[in-house]
Design a protein around this ligand. Structure first.
Ligand code: NAD
Length: 497
C-alpha cells in the first residue's frame, strides 16, 4: 500500500511517529493509501527547515522569486491531469471537476507570478523640505496553512504561492483524508527550483495542528475548514500572538425572485447544489423562492436532478461522484431521513442510491427537501452533501431577512431580471461574496475570497490584495538627506517646512 509521508527541507521525509491514517477511494470504499501523522517533533523539524530557508528566501530578489513561480506555473500546467487524477482517487469528485479545481488554484500561482506589481510600495516625495516617505511591505517569516479535504489542491494553492512570492517560507498541513495532491504540489515546486525549506508539508491530524498553533517561530496561520475548527484555530493562534485568517463553513442561499428566468435559475440551482456532491463551501444549499415561483421552480429542479449521472469520478460519463467517507455519507443521509419528521416535504430522497459493482463506495443520490423551515436541522446545519433545501418567502424583504438571519455569510446569489432589486440585494445582504444570476460567485484570483459572520474569523480575506496584505507587514520609512551646507542645531519640535 502506498504511504504518503512528509516533505521537509526539500525532500520526502518518512513519518517517524508510528501513527498513520487511512486514505480511501470513495468510489470503492477501499483503503488505498495510508498517510503518516506528524508528531510535534516532526512539525518542529518542518518549522526549523522553513526558518533556515527564510534567512535567504526572505531577502531574495523579486526577480529570483518570480522566476521560480513562472517555472512552477508551467510545470503545474503540464501536470494538470496528474493532479486531477490524484484528487479524484482520494476525494471522489469527477475528473472534469478536479481539473476545474486545479485551474482555479493555478489562478493564484499566476497572481503570484505578478507579485512585482503588488509589492511596488508607495512613495510620497518632498512631504516636507528635503523629506521623502516610502511605504514598503515585508514578509512575516515562517507562515503555516491548514487545509480541508474538499479542495485538496486548490485551497493549498490559495495560500502558499502568494505567501512564498511575498518572501515567506511555508509549512502546509493538508487534509489527512486526501493528502496526495498537496504532496505532488510540493514536489513540483522543488522541481521548479523553489529552494529547500521554502515549502514544507507535514501530514497529520490535531497533534500536528496543535503544534502549529503554539509554535513560537510561526508568525501567521491561514486556515480553511469547518466553522468549529476555524473558531478554535483563530482563538488559539491569536492567543499565541499569530496573525490568523480562518475561513469556516457555510450555508449559501440563492434568492429567486418571481421575475427570474426560472429555467436558468433551476439550471443554476442544480449545478450549484449537486456539483462535487455538494462538498463545496460555495455550494448552494438553500433556495429561497419568493412569491409564486416555488412550485414551478421545484418541478424544474426535479426534472433536471433526475438526469444527473452519478458514478465513479474516473468514469467520463459521471457528473457527480461519491462522498469523502462512509461516516460522512451516513451523516448526510441522516438529515434526509429526519427531514419529514420535522415537517419538510421530501421531494427527492437519494439515501437508497448505490452504483452497481461499487456497492462499498460512499454513494448517496440527490435529495431535495421542500417547505423547509429555519428551525429544521437540515437548514440549521451545514450538511455538505447533495441535499438542497427549498424555503418559501412571500416577499423580497422576507427572503432577505431569512438569509441575513443565518449565522453563516459565505456566498449568496440573487436570480432576477430586475436590476434595481439586484442592486438592493448587493447592498443589503450580509455575506462576503454575492452573485447576481451567478450561483457560485467565487472571486477571480486578483480579487479576494472570504465570507462574513461564522464563515470567517479574522479580518483579511484570502488571496487577491487581502492575501498580499495578510502575508506581509507594512513599514513606513521617512528620509531626509540634508544639504550639509544648511545643517545646524534646532531644538524646536520638528514640523513641516
Ligand atoms: P475540518 O474543519 O474538519 O478540517 C480542516 C482541517 O482542520 C484539516 O486539515 C483537519 O486535519 C484539521 N482539523 C480537523 N479537526 C481538527 C481539530 N479538532 N483540531 C485541529 N485541527 C483539526 O474541515 P473538512 O471536513 O476537511 O472540510 C470541510 C469544511 O471546510 C466545510 O465546513 C466547508 O464549508 C469548509 N470549507 C470552507 C471554505 C471557505 O473558503 N470558507 C473552503 C473549503 C471548505
Amino acid at each position: 500500500m502506498k504511504t504518503v509521508h512528509h516533505w521537509i527541507g526539500g525532500k520526502a521525509v518518512e513519518g517517524a511517529s508510528g501513527t498513520f491514517g487511512p486514505v480511501t477511494d470513495p468510489a470503492t470504499g477501499e483503503e488505498t493509501t495510508r498517510v503518516a501523522f506528524a508528531s510535534a517533533e516532526e512539525v518542529d523539524a518542518a518549522v526549523a527547515a522553513a526558518k533556515e530557508a527564510y534567512a535567504t528566501w526572505g531577502t531574495s530578489s523579486l526577480a529570483a522569486r518570480t522566476a521560480v513561480l513562472f517555472r512552477y506555473r508551467a510545470l503545474l500546467d503540464a501536470h494538470r491531469d496528474e493532479i486531477a487524477r490524484l484528487i479524484t482517487a482520494e476525494h471522489g469528485k469527477v475528473h472534469s471537476d478536479a481539473l476545474g479545481e486545479v485551474a482555479r488554484g493555478l489562478e493564484i500561482v499566476e497572481l503570484a507570478c505578478g507579485i512585482t506589481t503588488q509589492l511596488k510600495g508607495e512613495l510620497s516625495s518632498q512631504v516636507s523640505s528635503g523629506v521623502d516617505v516610502a511605504a514598503i511591505r515585508q514578509p512575516l517569516g515562517v507562515v503555516a496553512g491548514i487545509t480541508p479535504f474538499n479542495f485538496p489542491a486548490m485551497v493549498p494553492m490559495w495560500m502558499f504561492p502568494l505567501a512564498v512570492a511575498c518572501g515567506n517560507t511555508f509549512v502546509l498541513k493538508p487534509s489527512e483524508k486526501d493528502p496526495s495532491a498537496a504532496f505532488l504540489l510540493a514536489e513540483l515546486a522543488a522541481e521548479a527550483g523553489l529552494p529547500a525549506g521554502v515549502l514544507n508539508v507535514v501530514n497529520g491530524d490535531k497533534v500536528a495542528v496543535d503544534r502549529i498553533l503554539e509554535h513560537p517561530d510561526i508568525a501567521a496561520v491561514s486556515f480553511v475548514g469547518s466553522t468549529p475548527i476555524a473558531r478554535h484555530i483563530h482563538t488559539v493562534a491569536t492567543a499565541n500572538g499569530k496573525r490568523v485568517q480562518a475561513l469556516g463553513g457555510a450555508k449559501n442561499h440563492m434568492l429567486v425572485l418571481p421575475d427570474a428566468d426560472l429555467d436558468a435559475a433551476a439550471d443554476a440551482a442544480v449545478s450549484a447544489a449537486y456539483g462535487s456532491a455538494g462538498e463545496r463551501c460555495m455550494a448552494i444549499s438553500a433556495v429561497v423562492a419568493v412569491g409564486a415561483t416555488g412550485d414551478a421552480l421545484v418541478e424544474k429542479i426535479v426534472d433536471r436532478a433526475g438526469k444527473i449521472k452519478i458514478g465513479p469520478g474516473d468514469d467520463p460519463a459521471s457528473e457527480m461522484g461519491p462522498l469523502i467517507t462512509k461516516a460522512h455519507r451516513d451523516k448526510v443521509a441522516s438529515y434526509v431521513e429526519g427531514a419529514a419528521g420535522q415537517g419538510a416535504r421530501v421531494v427527492l430522497d437519494g439515501t437508497g442510491f448505490t452504483v452497481e459493482g461499487h456497492e462499498n463506495g460512499h454513494w448517496i443520490g440527490l435529495s431535495l427537501l421542500d417547505h423547509v423551515g429555519t428551525d429544521m436541522d437540515a437548514y440549521r446545519d451545514e450538511i455538505f452533501g447533495p441535499v438542497l433545501c427549498v424555503l418559501r418567502a412571500d416577499t423580497y424583504e422576507e427572503g432577505l431577512a431569512l438569509i441575513n438571519g443565518s449565522s453563516w455569510g459565505n456566498g449568496t446569489a440573487i436570480f432576477t431580471r430586475d436590476g434595481g432589486a439586484a442592486r438592493r440585494f448587493q447592498l443589503e445582504v450580509h455575506a462576503g461574496m454575492v452573485g447576481v444570476n451567478v450561483p457560485i460567485p467565487v472571486p477571480v484570483g486578483y480579487h479576494s475570497f472570504g465570507g462574513w459572520k461564522d464563515s470567517l474569523f479574522g479580518d483579511l480575506h484570502i488571496y487577491g490584495n487581502d492575501g498580499v496584505h495578510f502575508y506581509t507587514r507594512g513599514k513606513v520609512v521617512t528620509t531626509r538627506w540634508p544639504d550639509p551646507s544648511e545643517s545646524g542645531v534646532d531644538l524646536g519640535f520638528p514640523s513641516h517646512r
